[in-house]
Ligand binder design. Sequence first.
Ligand code: MTE
Length: 336
Amino acid sequence: MLIKLAKASDCKESDVTPHASYLSRRTFLGGSMLALAATGLPRLAVADPSLYADVDPGKSPKWFANKLPNTQWQAVTVKGEAITPFKDATHYNNYYEFGTDKGDPAANAGALKTEPWSVVIDGEVAKPGRYALEDFMQPYQLQERIYRMRCVEAWSMVIPWLGFPLADLLKQVQPTSKAKYIRFETLNDPQVMPGQRSDFALIQWPYVEGLRLDEAMHPLTILAVGMYGRELPNQNGAPLRLVVPWKYGFKGVKSIVRISLVSEQPTTTWQNIAPDEYGFFANVNPKVDHPRWTQARERRLPSGLFSPNVRDTQMFNGYEEEVASLYTGMDLRKNY
Ligand code: MTE
């Protein structure tokens, strides 16, 4: 399991990387390194530091720097799986508002202004409101979560996110008894999002995603504002995105501006385009193929034509122990 919510038994202080092996990036974050040991981490080992030398520290807003965990990101492997190089995670993206090629988001998303940013909370909640992002983030301390990300297109990465449990937000805003689902909406701004201006786009903007309330409350589900120890790059969904590690990557809606608690299951963007191919649940499942390709295996990036890095896909992306009970009694072939 790739998550920094380890059971106490998973981690001994000696599992954590010795001081000398930390990357040079530590200088831009400051803070105590060995606090990692105190937080109870899974077994860690340092990956080849040269792979991570290119992490661009970005220009984090002040509120972000104040919320960093008292640790910092390191290039680690967890249970033998290396973190994906920053370059791949930030230059092989899906963010159709900025184009359909994998390099388009990195090339075009720089135009997105993420400060100021506001988030609306509405629908079936006791405490609706519109919040400036720094006020929205005020109650939460950031946690680092190292998760696998499996795209429905059969490629995958391992990403160190910075975020907080979505459950903590839900506790704040207090869903009413009518709230059964949660619906998320991305910014809709054709002026800065060339994909939204395209006449060929099949997508009805804004990009919409949703979760059942118990999925949203699950401790693995987070809202992320950062990755690799820095704020999210625009192409990865700055300033706020959803991360649900046991589901296909398209559930991870980017640049969120609205979070609504609703009584009916929302229609999501990909369901709307191709309901036979993309379901509401979108749980990673090697036994249920996409109508046009197998889901039994995945290409772990970086992976090239001459150095393919192909591995078996795991049920619920390797988080079966934690999440299978959410779907007890459900036919996962029908509820794909
Ligand atoms: N969110 C929005 N708003 N627009 C998108 O096109 N693509 C989704 C998801 N979130 C998408 C989105 C898909 S298909 C995937 S696989 C992930 O973002 C990719 O996240 P990454 O680019 O950070 O790897």
